[in-house]
Design a protein around this ligand. Structure first.
Ligand SMILES: NC(=O)c1ccc[n+]([C@@H]2O[C@H](COP(=O)([O-])OP(=O)(O)OC[C@H]3O[C@@H](n4cnc5c(N)ncnc54)[C@H](OP(=O)(O)O)[C@@H]3O)[C@@H](O)[C@H]2O)c1
Length: 193
């Protein structure tokens, strides 16, 4: 199993890289800006690529031969999603796990939709319009609790709870990456409940 991690220096991406290396034998390509920020863990299993997701040639080159893309990004996420969808089409890679945020559909009880979520909502819409084998994750607030405990809600359901541990998210991302068809073309709320 070959997994390309986009935005690999992100907090959640670094935690998930650790879990991939600990619990699986997946081969990882860590794609990030300013690669000198990462050491080189497991030289046999980890390739580091310095690149911006908005660089089509670099992104396509990193995508070749990958089984799964896990995007852990921030910033101009609509544009990033457009670039990812286009590059995945060009390289015929189908499986995408994309980290978004709770609240993008106004699904959190007691919370109104806020414009700060626009990049998350707009990028999710780009991915949902694609024909990719995607899973969008809408996590609650990250915590550093050690526990792995989470519940999922589908797009048409209310979000439950508020917080989620990084370890829980990483556990779910690894399962999604390793299990063909799991939650394909779904957008999942993830919280401790
Ligand atoms: N913290 C929470 O409680 C919470 C809750 C729900 C959702 N989220 C969202 O979940 C996502 C993942 O969280 P996180 O804490 O891992 O985020 P993070 O630490 O901010 O990581 C995001 C990464 O995206 C990278 N990035 C941005 N634009 C890029 C580009 N054009 N090309 C390549 N890389 C790019 C950044 O790279 P640089 O380091 O080079 O800038 C950064 O390392 C974020 O969108 C976050 O907002 C967070």
């Amino acid at each position: 199993m070959k997994v390309l991690i986009l935005g690999a220096n992100g907090q959640l991406a670094r935690n998930t890289t650790r879990i991939f290396l600990r619990d699986t034998d997946a081969k990882l390509t860590l794609y990030l800006r300013r690669a000198d920020r990462l050491g080189k863990p497991h030289p046999n299993r980890v390739t580091i690529v310095e690149g911006d997701v908005l660089d089509p040639a670099k992104l396509q080159s990193a995508l070749k031969g990958q089984d799964v893309v896990y995007a852990n990004l921030a910033g101009d996420m609509k544009k990033q999603a457009e670039h990812i969808v286009e590059a995945m089409h060009a390289t015929e890679v189908k499986r995408l796990i994309f980290i978004s945020s709770m609240g993008i559909y106004g699904e959190v009880p007691g919370e109104r939709y806020r414009s700060v979520l626009d990049p998350y909502r707009d990028s999710a819409a780009v991915i949902e319009r694609s024909d990719l084998d995607y899973t969008i994750l809408r996590p609650g607030w990250f915590t550093h609790d050690e526990e792995v405990l989470y519940q999922l809600s589908q797009k048409d359901e209310q979000f439950k709870g508020h917080d989620i541990s990084l370890n829980s998210l990483s556990d779910l991302i690894v399962k999604l990456a390793l299990t063909p068809g799991m939650e394909s073309r779904h957008s999942l709320g993830v919280s401790r409940g």
